[in-house]
Structure formats: structure tokens, C-alpha cells
Design a protein around this ligand. Sequence first.
Ligand code: FES
Length: 163
Amino acid sequence: MPDVPATEHTLEQTEVTTDATRRTFVALGIGALGACYAGLIGYPVYQYLATPARKAAAQGAVTQAVLDGADKLPPGSSLMFKFGTTPAMLIHHTDGSWVALGAVCTHLACTVSYEPEQSRIYCACHGGVYDPKTGQNVAGPPPKPLTRYSVEVQDGRIVVTKA
Ligand code: FES
């Protein structure tokens, strides 16, 4: 084997090392871009999938809603409010009684409304009807009654709690 001058051998090794470093750099760059791309796609998908579970957990943690000034609600009228993240309604009946019910239809989750002149809670989506005193489903497709809450009239406010 012929003797290779020390300088040529060193130059060859330097080129090999530079090539390996360049390949490593490109591979790392591609890996980093791939990770960013996966994050950009994956995070919204994760948020989309996790939201119902997070909403359910948040809703489950809420046990009370305080409605300041709601005690002035005239008899025969209602007030929509949020119980946690869910629409709900407070009804002040003409006999003086108070009723708080969930305002989410048990059929396909449309928001229901109180119709005092017809003494009913009505869901306009498919004609569901509920009793405004009990929340019981009385006509149409709703399979279950509305969620019923306890109502307490305190000084200048109404406190609604999970029954
Ligand atoms: S969503 Fe209310 S009756 Fe269908």
C-alpha cells in the first residue's frame, strides 16, 4: 500500500465528516418540520375531541346559579339564564311559585321557550311540549322531562341549585 501523505488523508476525512454533519442537519430539520406539522394538525383535532368531555366536566362542577335581582321578575314571565354552560329558565308563575328548568329539549337539544299564554314550554324544532310547573314532557317527540332545579328566593336574588 502506497504511503498517503498525511494532509490528503485528513482532507478526505474532513469531507466525510462535513457530509455526515449536513445529512444530520437536514434530517433534524425535516424531523422538526414534521413535528411542527403534526402539532398543527393534531392540536385542533385534540381540541375538537376533548371539548365535549371538558364541557361535561365543567357542567358537572357547577352546582348553583345566583340570579341577582331576579326576584323582581313579574308573575307570568320567565328569565333565561345559563346554569354553567347550559341554557336554563326561571319561571315565576302567576300563583307566585318559582320553577327553574333546563331549557335544553330532551329530544335533539334545541332550546325551548316558555309560552305563558298557552301555559306550556314549547320546543319549536319538532313541536315538543313540556309542563311549565314540572318540566314533564307532555306532547311531541321529547322522551324525557326537562332538568329540574331547586329554587330559593333570598334577599333580592334567586338561588338555583341542582335538585
Ligand atoms: S328538539 Fe325539541 S322536539 Fe325535537
